[in-house]
Design a protein around this ligand. Structure first.
Ligand SMILES: [Zn+2]
Length: 273
């Protein structure tokens, strides 16, 4: 896989502006106990796999909670129950590469795509997990990530955290937020360009304003890559059918490269209780 490049003027501009406001995650905090909430089996590695590796190397107590069963990513090609089993298996293999034991992986198994419809029950389950573990840090998808299960994961965990009354630091990680200009291009559709630029400007401002915390992962990208490769159903075609789309197919591969930059970035804040 070729590397993430800053060769486009848009990316270079955003990165230059951002680098001035970025604060590096404090190394002393690596060992803090952590809960990572992942909507699907792969978001944990994409969004904060390098940070998980760093924290486990520092000896942190860390658990990964998978919110949905991931069963419908290829529903037109494989039965949901079959894919559910495959993705759970892949998630454990990826977790192992990240340094997380199977006993520290929790599957809530809400049906893929339905988290927004199951918020109340899921909040109760998340409160239990939070109160059992009492994490110092929590990682969740960015509140403006744009995909239903991702936004719902954010809402559910933030709500559970408020109800649990814990003074935990929250780190929001971007996933689908990357899939827009200047990180990926607009596909050359000039008709859509105006809406596209408007949207990009808004998201660009949020990008600069929110993502101010970074963790350096430049020297462990190979390990992060090997963890992501465990999510085979998302990385390669499990059957010889071009309709089986992979992460590498999104925006001609530019999307996937966003997760192999030398830093992982986070929107960090404390919940006011
Ligand atoms: Zn996802």
């Amino acid at each position: 896989m070729s590397e993430f490049s800053l060769k486009t003027p848009g990316r270079w501009l955003y990165r230059s502006l951002r680098d001035n406001t970025m604060i590096e995650y404090e190394k002393n905090n690596l060992e803090r106990s952590t809960l990572v909430f992942s909507p699907h089996q792969d978001d944990e590695t994409l969004g904060c796999g390098g940070t998980i590796i760093r924290k486990k190397q520092a000896g942190a107590d860390l658990k990964i909670v998978f919110m949905t069963d991931g069963s419908t990513s290829h529903s037109h090609l494989i039965p949901a129950n079959k894919l559910k089993a495959i993705r759970a298996h892949e998630a454990l293999a990826a977790a192992q590469k990240l340094g997380v034991e199977a006993s520290d992986v929790i599957f809530l198994e809400v049906k893929d795509g339905t988290l927004a419809n199951n918020q109340n029950q899921t909040i109760q389950r998340v409160i239990q997990i939070i109160l059992n573990f009492l994490p110092e840090e929590i990682f969740i998808p960015y509140y403006q990530d744009g995909i239903s299960d991702h936004n719902a994961t954010n809402k559910i965990v933030v709500s559970a955290l408020k109800k649990s009354g814990l003074n935990t630091t929250v780190y929001e990680y971007p996933i689908w937020f990357w899939n827009q200009w200047p990180w990926t291009d607009c596909g050359g559709d000039r008709k859509k360009l105006l809406t596209f630029l408007q949207k990009s400007l808004n998201s660009g401002l949020r990008f600069l304003n929110d993502f101010r915390c970074s963790v350096y992962v430049g020297d462990i990208l190979e390990l992060k890559r090997s963890a992501l490769d465990q999510h085979k159903s998302q990385m390669i075609r499990l059957m010889n059918n071009s309709r089986w789309l992979t992460l590498g197919d999104v925006s001609n591969g530019e999307f996937l490269k966003c997760f192999f930059q030398e830093t992982e970035i986070f929107y960090r804040y404390k919940i006011k209780v």
